[in-house]
Design a binder for this molecule. Structure first.
Ligand code: ADP
Ligand code: MN
Ligand code: MN
Ligand code: MN
Ligand code: MN
Length: 357
């Protein structure tokens, strides 16, 4: 059966009444930073987080526990309308906890949330630019590229329009709509410098919501791409050579930065970031050394730098922000495969706290 016939057949079942039952898809992050999920039938429509019970899964199958003590507990932290099942069905984002009441080793949300709560008075907003690359599901080669070869060099693809420049726009468009349906703060989308590489932006989001919404947007992307038979990779340098890597630029502002006179607070934050370059780089994604080479619109991994409108610096102050004298700054160092809870957590710790000299 060809794909379109299968979709038509599936449609018949998707339109069957659910007899009052609701499906909740519980979602979590595993030991490798990949997403996992499983479905659960509920008797009622959910209107408040408190109505969602804890659940569990076999952590020995996901690298999150040993077989002799394998139950990992799923604690719901946010829920969203499900764009795939629709109706009253929902997607439920969860934190992972061990049975002894401690957060699971790979639960970075818990620590992040503590930091966000501790500095809640500064009302930190984040906006993350998620870059990613599409792969052919059959051979893991870059999607839409000539087999065994390469497309024409980079240049026409960034925000490109037309066949051969924009690859798999249907996947990207479907993902955009799915995000808006769930209420995720998707602020935009664009084609990237390397063909078959795209970007979406989430934000601005207050505090912990940034990590939650980025993880959900990633979940939706993998699910949408799955339906189109396409793979998504968040690797920061999918292909060596003269092809751009993929980042997750992290835009940040505190309340004080967002008002006239805010530039002083932006400069203070940059001075603090300069002192903790190594600590930040350690949490800014695996294989980020392959991307932060000082070429292809990146700064070098070893040196901290900042500048207005400079896309080769670690930190960039956007030109309009400089012109107005307040706004936000962009940390260009994080790789596409970051855990946003780790990055937003250390960001708040560094810029909202006081660092000893
Ligand atoms: P770039 O020019 O670097 O490609 P984008 O337009 O892709 O920038 O992304 C800018 C991001 O900055 C968006 O995610 C947006 O939500 C975010 N942003 C805008 N204003 C603020 C702010 N005051 N604080 C934090 N993030 C912000
Ligand atoms: Mn089983
Ligand atoms: Mn961008
Ligand atoms: Mn980009
Ligand atoms: Mn950017």
């Amino acid at each position: 059966m060809v794909y379109t016939e299968r979709t038509a057949t599936l449609e018949k079942y998707l339109s069957l009444p659910q007899r009052g039952k609701v499906i909740a898809e519980y979602i979590w992050i595993d030991s490798k930073g990949d997403l996992r999920s499983k479905g659960k039938t509920l008797d009622h429509k959910v209107t408040d987080l408190s109505e969602l019970s804890e659940w569990n899964f076999d952590g020995s199958s996901t690298g999150q526990a040993v077989g002799s003590n394998s139950d990992v507990i799923l604690k719901p932290v946010a829920f969203y309308p499900d764009p795939f099942r629709r109706g009253d069905n929902i997607l439920v984002l969860c934190e992972c906890w061990n049975n002894d009441g401690t957060p699971n080793k790979y639960n970075h949300r818990h620590e992040c949330n503590k930091l966000m709560t501790a500095h809640a008075d500064q009302k930190v907003w984040f906006g993350l630019e998620q870059e990613y690359t599409l792969l052919d599901a059959d051979d893991n080669y870059i999607y839409g590229w000539p087999k065994g070869g390469f497309p024409a060099p980079q240049g026409p693809y960034y925000c490109g329009v037309g066949a051969g420049k924009a690859i798999a726009r249907d996947v990207i468009e479907a993902h955009y709509r799915a995000c808006l349906y769930t209420g995720i703060t998707l602020s935009g989308i664009n084609g990237e410098v390397m063909p078959s590489q795209w970007e979406f932006q989430v934000g601005p989001c207050l505090g912990i919501k940034m990590g939650d919404e980025l993880w959900m947007a990633r979940y939706l992307l993998h699910r949408v791409a799955e339906e189109f038979g396409v793979k998504v990779t968040l690797h920061p340098k999918p292909l060596k050579g003269d092809w751009n890597g993929a980042g997750c630029h992290t835009n940040v502002s505190t309340e004080a930065m967002r008002h006239p006179g805010g530039m002083k607070f932006i400069n203070d934050a940059i001075a603090k970031l300069a002192k903790r370059h190594k600590e930040h780089i350690a949490l800014y994604g695996t294989d980020n050394n392959l991307r932060l080479t000082g070429r292809h619109e990146t700064a070098s991994l070893d040196d901290f730098s900042s500048g207005v409108a400079n896309r080769g610096a670690s930190i960039r102050i956007p030109r309009p922000v400089q012109a107005k004298g307040y706004g936000y700054f962009e940390d260009r160092r994080p790789a596409s495969n970051i855990d946003p809870y780790l990055v937003c957590g250390i960001m708040v710790e560094t810029i909202c706290g006081s660092i000893p000299d």
